[in-house]
Design a protein around this ligand. Structure first.
Ligand code: SF4
Length: 607
């Protein structure tokens, strides 16, 4: 333990023994033994001056942190519906059989653990797995066998062939964001020199305000799905009283089927950091955070390199671009497998080193965000667009897309199509156009914006991707005529039940009940009663859940029952009530032994 204590001390020291870095410290501490033993938690609690219960509570919240021995190799199979369609479960079986494993349990020799995890953001190249947090896409039987051999030979993951970890960008259509090629610093210089923009002649004192007006004029709306005006958000943060202001980039794209941020972070990190810096200039923030989802751990080091390069070039740190009084820097925090942290107040809690439980709102993060100070939270795509607006002006931007949805939208296209990957379109593009471009044929349904979004059928492919019709955070999952839409919806109920943070009862219990109902129907034991239960639960979840996860958990069921009802009804054993407990079945053996009576007698039906 002494050796481990020294390592823990140095991890905590590197994070300044700051309790707000608890999640980052736990994540790094887990690297030592592959899990977080009780002594490690106690030691960290002492180092950070925190109650031990708080440290254990945080560690227990995140699915990528292990409080029990988890194995030297932790292999998690991505279990989005697109991974299922590509055969992930057969590969998981093969892996477990090869290594004599039981799913979800570490092997007795402490070598390996295999389990499933929610979508890993590799849907364009699935099925994918995570090995000790590192993504391995394009899994096949051959790759499973190769990995089994690497584990048997105890080869450390750092020495595995790099080809296993190669991730494609798969960009098939670019527009203003993916096609941009601005020089580092160009957008920031434009922001602090407003005469270059929209013909404005403001002096340097009013430059941040002029930049804000350009963002408002552009009609830029947040790309996380809700579509709140970025300009109004920035303005509210700028005006809110506070000693410090913060800029937070939400790169926790956990919505199943979404992976566009992965590509933006790989290809356009400068554009993102430029947009965050422009936001800091407008709002007066001096510190920013990039909250990167744990599944994108492979991007951490390259992104740190970009930040270091920008600091060296005077684009971060004190006096950015030589501008007196304009200091700003960015820190990257890595998530640890909690979908709910995509909700902005939960993300802030996580950034503060706590469990990622959504806060009560109001107050909103723009006035009471990180450490209760004014905080602007936007996602990756929004900040990238803001950088372009700084350079080319709000008028230019608002003329792209539709009147209510300015600019472009980047779609993560996956499922049954010839060319899955990334597509950027001006807002207003028809679903049918996207299907044609990605080579989809005989499509029966498209799931727009992930499980919490909208499922549409082939009569609706003339609908448009836009806030006024089909808003989306980016996911665009395609299902052809061979797919069973009931199974798609069932997969989504498992996702919500798994990701519910458990804070509020309607969601914690409701999502589990929904999953159980769908499993019962799947087993052919459902009836009209179960369908009615789904509608009752949807009212409860929608009205009583604390955050969007619970309130949208029924969306995929309501959409698919409405559009694909026969796929439910043909599974129903009876359209009448069917009890959850099969009493006849349970008593059958006893009847046989006693040589008594007919089945159903207990009900008294014939008396
Ligand atoms: S709705 Fe679900 S995810 Fe949201 S706070 Fe409640 S339990 Fe947590």
């Amino acid at each position: 333990m002494k050796q481990n204590s020294t390592k823990l001390d140095s991890i905590a020291d590197r994070w300044g023994r700051d309790p707000t870095a608890l999640l980052q410290i736990l994540r790094e501490a887990q690297e030592i033994e592959g899990w977080l033993p009780p002594l490690t938690l106690s030691h960290l609690a002492r180092l950070l001056g925190l109650p031990r219960a708080r440290v254990e509570g945080v560690a227990g919240f995140y699915s990528f942190l292990h409080l029990e021995r988890a194995g030297r190799y932790r292999v998690l199979f991505s279990d989005n519906i697109t991974d299922r369609m590509a055969g992930n479960l057969a590969l998981l079986d093969r892996f477990c059989e090869s290594l004599w494993l039981e799913q979800g349990k570490a092997s007795e020799d402490g070598l390996v653990l295999a389990d499933t995890t929610s979508c890993t953001g590799m849907c364009d190249q699935g099925p994918a797995i995570l090995v000790n947090g590192w993504a391995v896409p394009r899994m096949t039987r051959d790759r499973i066998d190769e990995i089994v051999e690497l584990i048997r030979s105890r080869t450390v993951v750092e020495d595995w062939p790099s080809e296993l970890f190669r991730i494609e960008d798969n960009i098939h259509r670019s527009d203003i964001v993916l096609g941009s090629s601005l020089e580092p610093g160009e957008a920031i210089r434009a922001a602090i020199t407003p005469t270059l923009r929209d013909g404005q002649t403001a002096d340097s004192d009013s430059a941040p305000r002029a930049m804000l007006e350009a963002i408002k004029h552009s009609n830029l709306r947040g790309r996380g799905g809700a579509g709140y005006s970025a300009g109004f958000k920035w303005e509210a943060c700028r005006r809110a009283p506070g000693e410090m202001r913060y800029v937070v980039c939400n790169a926790d794209e956990g919505e199943p089927g979404t992976f566009k941020d992965r590509v933006l972070l790989t290809r356009h990190a400068d554009l993102l950091f430029e947009g965050m810096t422009v936001c800091a200039y407008v709002t007066g923030a001096r510190k920013g955070f990039l909250y990167l989802r744990g599944e994108y751990r492979h991007l951490l080091s390259p992104l740190e390199d970009v930040l270091a390069r920008r600091r060296a070039a005077g684009l971060l740190g004190g006096q950015i671009c030589g501008h007196p009084g304009f200091g700003f820097d960015i820190e990257i925090h890595l998530g640890a497998g909690a979908y709910v942290c995509g909700e902005e107040s939960a993300l802030i809690e996580s950034l503060e080193g706590k469990r990622g439980v959504p806060r009560n709102r109001p107050p909103y993060p723009v006035t009471h965000g990180y450490l209760q100070q004014p905080t602007t939270v936007n996602n990756v795509e929004t900040f990238c667009a803001a950088a372009l607006i700084a350079l080319r002006g709000g008028e230019w931007y608002r003329n792209i897309g539709t009147a209510m949805s300015a600019g472009t939208k980047i779609l993560s296209v996956s499922g049954d199509c010839a060319r899955p990957g990334i597509y950027e379109y001006p807002f207003g593009v028809e679903v049918g156009q996207v299907l044609e471009d990605c080579g989809a044929e005989r499509t029966q349904a498209v799931q727009i914006s992930g499980p919490s979004g909208t499922c549409i059928d082939s009569t609706e492919f003339g609908r448009r991707i836009a806030f006024e019709d089909l808003p989306t955070a980016g996911a665009f999952m395609v299902f052809d005529e061979t797919r069973d839409i009931f199974e798609v919806a069932r997969n989504f109920t498992h996702f919500f039940a798994h990701e519910s943070c458990g804070f509020c009862t309607p969601c914690r219990v409701g999502t589990t009940l929904l999953r159980n109902i769908m499993d019962k129907i799947h087993r052919g034991k459902g009836s009209q009663y179960e369908l009615n239960q789904i509608f009752r639960l949807s009212q409860l979840l929608e009205s009583a859940s604390h955050c969007g996860l619970g309130s949208t958990a029924c969306n995929p069921l309501l959409d698919t029952i409405k559009r694909f009802r026969p796929t439910y009804e043909r599974r129903l054993e009876s359209l009448e009530y069917e009890p959850a407990f099969d009493l006849d079945g349970a008593l059958e053996r006893a009847r046989t032994i006693a040589g008594r009576a007919e089945s159903g007698e207990h009900s008294g039906a014939d008396s």
